[in-house]
Design a protein around this ligand. Structure first.
Ligand code: HEC
Length: 249
């Protein structure tokens, strides 16, 4: 730490810069959490994040197909009951191309699903205007693919370490936190992140690792909240403390 400076006395412009950054990443964190609830949280068809959700997301619900599981989970509200049933029935009947149209499934995909699931929609989702992409998801659900895990893993490793580097760098200047606690809280999100991502891969091969995902995610959340509140508190509420400033005059 630079001698003499701490979050209580860094001056208003730096406080404004740090606080603005913390507010924006704070909102980003809440958005990320909302997204997790809306996708993984719905994997078992019930709202809220559970170990089952994580197993279904990464290991897959191997009693069913991805299409059926999604239509009973996060895609449930995307189509009316008869349309969902039409797809599920077609999948259960073997998902043959020859019955794709006559079963009514094709029409549902075209009228409802490709609004988001197509190249034109630009949402980066599997393109359901191509039959092979539908067929692929009518097989046993084995969870996230290695390709998608690799993609999400590297985005998370780079992106999240970037966020925690700066949140940690601000928190380094906290005045009233003992060194051992400060060091632990700064390291925790990095350790949790590795644990979180390693456990996605482990869960893909064995569902018993799903609880590690929850621990990893919680570790990151707790460290983030702690650093955020202590930093903002010291900048705007704590009394200015210059006790370690060396007066050179
Ligand atoms: C409003 C946009 C939207 C519509 C309409 C929509 N989806 Fe989705 N779909 C998504 C999003 C976003 C995801 C990724 C998040 C998730 O998996 O829940 C997704 C994921 C999926 C997946 C998982 C794909 C994969 O490989 O991980 C399937 C299967 C799926 N949708 C089926 C359907 C079906 C069938 C319909 C039509 C009844 C449909 N969706 C309509 C937005 C949509």
């Amino acid at each position: 730490m630079i001698k003499g400076y701490n979050l209580t006395n860094i001056g208003t412009p730096l406080k404004v810069l740090f606080t603005s950054y913390l507010c924006v990443v704070g909102i980003g964190y809440m958005m990320a959490f909302t997204q997790i609830l809306l996708t993984h949280g719905m994997a078992d068809g019930k709202f809220g994040l559970s170990v089952d959700d994580i197993v279904y997301s990464y290991y897959g619900d191997r009693t069913g197909t991805l299409l059926e599981n999604k239509l009973n989970g996060s895609m449930k509200d995307m189509a009316d009951e008869p349309d969902r049933v039409a797809i599920i029935k077609w999948v259960r009947d073997g998902a043959e191309e020859s019955t794709f149209e006559s079963s009514g499934a094709k029409m549902v995909f075209e009228n409802t699903c490709i609004a988001c699931h197509s190249a034109e929609a630009g949402m980066g989702l599997p393109d359901f205007s191509k039959f092979e992409n539908i067929k692929e998801r009518a097989q046993q659900d084995t969870g996230a693919s290695v390709a998608s895990l690799t993609r999400v893993s590297h985005i998370h490793l780079f992106g999240i370490s970037f966020i925690f580097f700066f949140v940690g760098a601000i928190f380094v200047f906290a005045k009233n936190v003992p060194i051992w606690l400060k060091g632990t809280v700064i390291a925790l999100p990095f350790v949790s992140q590795i644990m979180d991502i390693a456990s996605w891969w482990l869960t893909k091969f064995d569902p018993m690792f799903a609880w590690l995902v929850l621990i990893g995610g919680s570790g990151m959340g707790i460290a983030f909240a702690f650093m955020w509140f202590v930093s903002v508190y010291e900048m705007w509420i704590s009394k200015r403390d210059d006790s370690s400033v060396i007066d050179e005059h």
